[in-house]
Write a protein that binds this ligand. Structure first.
Ligand SMILES: Cc1cc2nc3c(=O)[nH]c(=O)nc-3n(C[C@H](O)[C@H](O)[C@H](O)COP(=O)(O)OP(=O)(O)OC[C@H]3O[C@@H](n4cnc5c(N)ncnc54)[C@H](O)[C@@H]3O)c2cc1C
Length: 468
């Protein structure tokens, strides 16, 4: 990591805000005397906010980026020590800054990801005000008013890029664990040494739950894992990373509007797989064979016993079935295109549960890691653009309120929208709407349909199988 180097400026020095307020604050320091008017205010200085700034800066559009903490905060502060990307490095393609390293097929570790984001910022010097938290957004004459903990800004247009994973979700069931049990969310987990000695219950088997369970397991902890219905995907198949096959098959270009059930696609859980050790599968059955204890979903804590719902066998079978279905799709693609690819034996389960697991004596467990996800929190935005669930209604980030945009939402437009791979295209699309002179005007509004994806159903992995 680059220590105190300041990512908002090419040379790493503290930058002056364009309004002359000198409000950009280095780590740990509050911005002073912020405020003022800008043509565009971007809220959030993660990869999405930076990608937006890149396009605006290229087009010469007056703007400012407000960042509550520091550029790259999420990657720096909410990932565990052994964290690495699940997506291969070549998919890191922020606008004007493709992955610059020598391991495109590898998976950057946490500190390398932070450096990539910091280096991106340093490459073009976005006008970021760090240490400024937006606390209110309303419409105002000529645009918007953005209240912050450092003063009030006004803007003609606003891009909300505050990230999809804001507020940790911990079920209230957590209140029923005995007091001696230490509890933390996946966003707070760093390594096993942070937890008191003893056995650990990991709740949730999405990407984070599986990877944290493995991290604890490899560090010699006795791990109990409450498994849910998340699917899995193989890391490699027939000589390539599965991500590379899906890329060739056009999966990552497929817009959300071409799916019959866009909301369903957006809601699906990620597939579990890992980039650790150069990338490999995560097979919960192999974990169980090697000593991890697997259970169904966490159901309750009663009379000193942690109870789990039935369904472990079903969920393991489902995860494997999804992984094998994706391989089927790759096989069809290889056959149809006449691609030379080595044959590969299919997966055979290495462990089966012997009936439904019994409850777990709560006295054995000294800590619980909740890998139960995050939710977005837009309550501070007082503009009528949300649906009944609090999700912003938008068309590729463009809302019905003129001048208000969102960027970085999962499946905002494609699978990669909420990731490193697809945010560039969405930022460019918004830059056109924002009227950035460097970017051509938008074409008339157009919702793609399945007709434009003639291979859909033939090569594209069915959304049931690939989820979000
Ligand atoms: C566990 C995990 C693993 C992931 N793995 C991958 C992967 O392998 N590959 C991949 O491509 N993607 C991955 N992602 C998804 C995605 O790339 C990250 O979530 C990424 O951080 C999203 O970038 P962003 O800029 O949209 O949001 P964020 O990185 O969350 O940035 C938003 C920024 O906005 C700031 N902010 C929030 N609210 C305010 C406010 N009110 N005022 C001012 N500032 C505010 C925050 O401090 C933050 O810095 C992963 C996500 C998670 C959670």
């Amino acid at each position: 990591m680059s220590g105190d180097r300041h990512p908002g400026t090419p040379d790493g020095r503290r930058a002056e805000a364009p309004d002359g307020s000198g409000a950009q604050a280095p780590d740990g320091r509050r911005a002073e005397a912020a405020g003022g008017h800008h043509a565009v205010v971007v809220i959030g200085g993660g990869q999405a906010g930076l990608a937006m700034s890149h396009h605006l800066k290229r087009g010469g559009v007056d703007h400012i980026v407000l960042e509550r903490h520091r550029v790259g905060h999420e990657w720096r502060s909410r990932r565990w020590d052994s964290f690495c990307l699940v997506t291969p490095n070549w998919q890191c393609r922020l606008p004007g800054f493709p992955y610059p390293g020598d391991d495109p097929d590898g998976f950057m570790r946490r500190d390398e990801i932070v450096r990539y984001v910091e280096d991106y910022a340093a490459s073009f010097g976005p006008p970021v005000l760090e240490g400024v938290s937006a606390t209110g957004l309303t419409t105002a004459p000529g645009g918007f008013e953005i209240r912050t903990d450092q003063g009030t800004f006004t803007a003609g247009q606003v891009v909300v890029a505050t990230g999809p994973y804001q507020t940790p979700v911990i079920p209230r069931l957590s209140e029923r664990f005995p007091r001696h049990v230490a509890q933390l969310h996946s966003g707070e987990y760093r390594n096993s040494r942070q937890l008191p000695p003893g056995e650990v219950l990991v709740v949730g088997s999405g990407q984070s739950g599986c990877q944290i369970a493995e991290d604890l397991h490899l560090d010699g902890r006795r791990v109990h894992l409450a498994v849910g219905s998340a699917p899995r995907v193989a890391r490699f198949y027939r000589g390539r990373d599965v991500v590379a096959w899906l890329d060739l098959m056009g999966h990552y270009d497929r817009p959300i509007g071409s799916f019959a059930d866009p909301d369903g696609v957006r809601a699906r859980a990620n597939h579990y797989v890992t980039g650790r050790d150069g990338g490999r599968d995560i097979d919960l059955r192999a974990f169980a064979r090697d000593g991890m204890r697997l259970y169904g979903r966490l159901a309750g804590v009663e009379d000193g016993t942690i109870r789990f719902a039935p369904g472990l066998r079903r969920d393991l079978d489902h995860a494997d079935a999804v992984s094998e279905s994706i391989k089927d799709t790759i096989d069809s693609f290889i056959a149809a295109r006449g691609i030379q690819a080595p044959a590969e034996a299919r997966y055979r389960p290495v462990w089966e549960p012997a009936g439904e697991p019994e409850g777990l004596d709560a006295r054995r467990v000294t800590s619980v890691v909740w890998c139960t996800g995050f939710r977005a929190d837009y309550r501070w935005i007082r503009v009528p653009v949300f649906d009944g669930t609090g999700y912003p209604v938008h068309e590729r980030g463009v809302t019905s309120v003129r001048g208000l945009y969102f960027l970085g939402l999962p499946w905002q437009h494609t699978w990669g929208s909420g990731r490193f791979s697809g945010v560039a295209g969405d930022a460019e699309h918004l830059a056109r709407h924002l009227g950035s002179p460097g970017v051509p005007r938008p074409r008339p509004h157009h919702v793609p349909d399945a007709q434009e994806f003639p291979d859909a159903g033939r090569y594209f992995v069915h959304p049931e199988l690939l989820g979000s």
